[in-house]
Design a protein around this ligand. Sequence first.
Ligand SMILES: Cc1ncc(COP(=O)(O)O)c(C=O)c1O
Length: 365
Amino acid sequence: MHTTCTLLAPIDLEVGDPSDATPELLTAELSNWIHHPRASHYSHPHGEPEFIGATANYYRRRQNLYLDLNSQVCVTHGVRPGLFFGLLSLHRPGAPVGYLSPAYFAFESIARKVGMVPAPITFDTWFGPESGFKSALSKLRGGALLLNSPHNPTGLVLSSVELEDLARMAHKFDIRVVSDAVYSELYQCDRGMPDTYLRYDPNAIEVTSVSKIFRACGWRIGAVVGDAKWIAEFKNLYQEMNGVPYATQQTAASALNWMTDVARYRCEIANRRSVLVEGLRQHGFVIEASAQNVAGLFIWACLPVGMFATSANAVAYFEKAAGVKMSAGSTFGPGGEGHVRIALNVGTPLLREAVERIAAALERV
Ligand SMILES: Cc1ncc(COP(=O)(O)O)c(C=O)c1O
């Protein structure tokens, strides 16, 4: 393998943090709110009424789900802290935390840091014979499950039937489910919005944020919604975070009420996905696109056969020889080796260039 050093400007498709700017209407809204007299004071640690109301309205409009404003919604600093405090507030130390693997890298570390035991379930087990799925879930008895649909890294969306099945098992084995819905708005334009898991499981909570919907990963705001008892304990612990900035909450409320630029961006991401899937397939990547790669912010691609010993080798090579950064499948846990994850962070012209550069680099392997 010749690892020629590239002088090309890097194309960063590694972390899921799109290069796209937050819509101007929203940045203008944030700068308006920052001048509000309340902006320099402590905010309500569980959320300002406007943000709580906007979140509940969002669920009513988008999912036809009614949430009680007082007991079923709490503001968070995004999804990741929501997952952490969600598990922490269960008070189930030492219990297993299941999740479909490969998985968002933070699932394992969050499970460990709250004193629980990560229990990845591979795709082969989850989608294999029903007995395997049942047996894997039975091992989570008295623990928790981190659900992520649409899924990072594979772009899988669980169907309503699958969610309903999962809820039945969760009930049977006393598994408390935290649903990570951070990609729920980035679905294929011709498929409907993915169903919320809350529809099937009254004992679950769901965490959302503005990070991906509004290209506002740096704003650090989201919400946890669902089971009132669980949310009450969540609020008790989250009190120590001392609130999300007032101006951010007001701006996020406006964003949820207006859904600024969401429909256009959803289609933009879908276009990017098509360009990358078609381009990479022509160069030996195998990309499953009936169940996986249908939503979210990434492409999950199987590397061309026989060219690289490991996904980490492939990623290092593409960065050096093509100037294209991506993530090695092995970093997403069991089931990830042999794949790469590519974030749809840039527009289609740059994605086409990335494909050309990858293709040229493959010629030199
Ligand atoms: C599955 C998943 N959950 C949560 C997050 C982080 O979301 P937030 O920015 O709201 O903390 C990410 C970010 O990549 C993610 O992929």
